[in-house]
Ligand binder design. Sequence first.
Ligand code: PSV
Ligand code: MN
Length: 415
Amino acid sequence: MSNSNPAYQLLASQLQDGGFDIENIKTKLKQQHIETPSWGYGNSGTRFRVFPWPGAARTTKEKLADAAMVHQLTGVAPSVALHIPWDKVEDWDDLKKYAAAIGIKIGAINPNVFQDEVYKFGSICHADPAVRKRAIVHILECVEIMKITGSRDLSLWFADGTNYAGQDSIRGRKHRMQEALAEIYHALPPNTRMLIEYKFFEPAFYHTDLADWGIAYAAALKLGPQAQVLVDTGHHAPGTNIEHIVAILLDEGRLGGFHFNNRKYADDDLIVGSVNPYELFLIFNELVAAAVSKEKVPSNCAKNVAYMIDQSHNIEPKIEAMVQSVINCQVALAKALLVNRAKLAERQAAGDVLGAHRELNAAYETDVRPLLAQVREEMGLPSDPIAALQARRYEEKIAQERGSASAEGGGFPGA
Ligand code: PSV
Ligand code: MN
């Protein structure tokens, strides 16, 4: 284990002087786990155009192979989320074996109840019981898939809502949703979870049935402890204090997971931490604070959070974008681990408003790149995953092998 990097040595000695346990920090960074999404490896686009990407994955196995490459380069992305039916295969056992052979696990299962013609007016909130039934049957099929793949999380997002005042009964739709969720909840195997994702608008423009964390939380509370809230960072109105939501959900024991991405104006799947790295740091700060808290945080909530990326890249090289996303999450966690919590608590207790703020920002302003390079070296990984990706010429190789699939091929066809 070499400590040859002078920048790391300087940082390590500063941290030791500041009372930090550097080995513990490195262990936490080595244990980080970021799940990547299968749909981030296929073609994707906006409502205006899907640009076919050379080498974009065309099949579920190709998506798994790309996810395995991201894991090989970063060491902290050992699982991939699937979207059904986009990733549906005939032989699930075969897919599971293939995943194991290339060193990747199948993670969260995401049902899709938003693309069929029948879902024009919604799925589980639809006024027609036959449409609701169809959505429930599909989600129950996903629960069966989870049993084969060994997935812990059923990740639910509904495009349900209305476009015009008076279009449907808001409370009526709420009751239909709760009834459907209860039926699905009762089919969950033990030790699995239902993650309920909210989104404040789009595709519905007047009201969305699961618009915010309060609605998702109320639904989860009624269902039981296996139901938790999923925070997609892109699904908030500009200005929303996401770290506040994270802190509250953690404290209530109902934060189930994240869909990481970034947006400037509205949900648009930009690389997490690219527009607002400070926000990402503040989110990780709440997670670390809850994990190390001496006060009781219910049911080890912070330790069981599923960290997932939900991004479909349109103009960026897909593997490089995913590696960059994983790195940005590592940077945010590393900085959050460098918050001097004793000093911060001291400043807070003293009512030192700006002193406390500066204490938090001191961690954010630390250059953690030498620390992460050291962690990677100790894990037997390339110290610079992007340089390593480029040196391997993986994206060129898959572009030659796979060519440019049609815009419809194997991915998220865009909003
Ligand atoms: C919806 O915008 C969403 O965030 C949900 O998580 C979907 O499953 C995902 O994007 C892909 O469409
Ligand atoms: Mn999402």
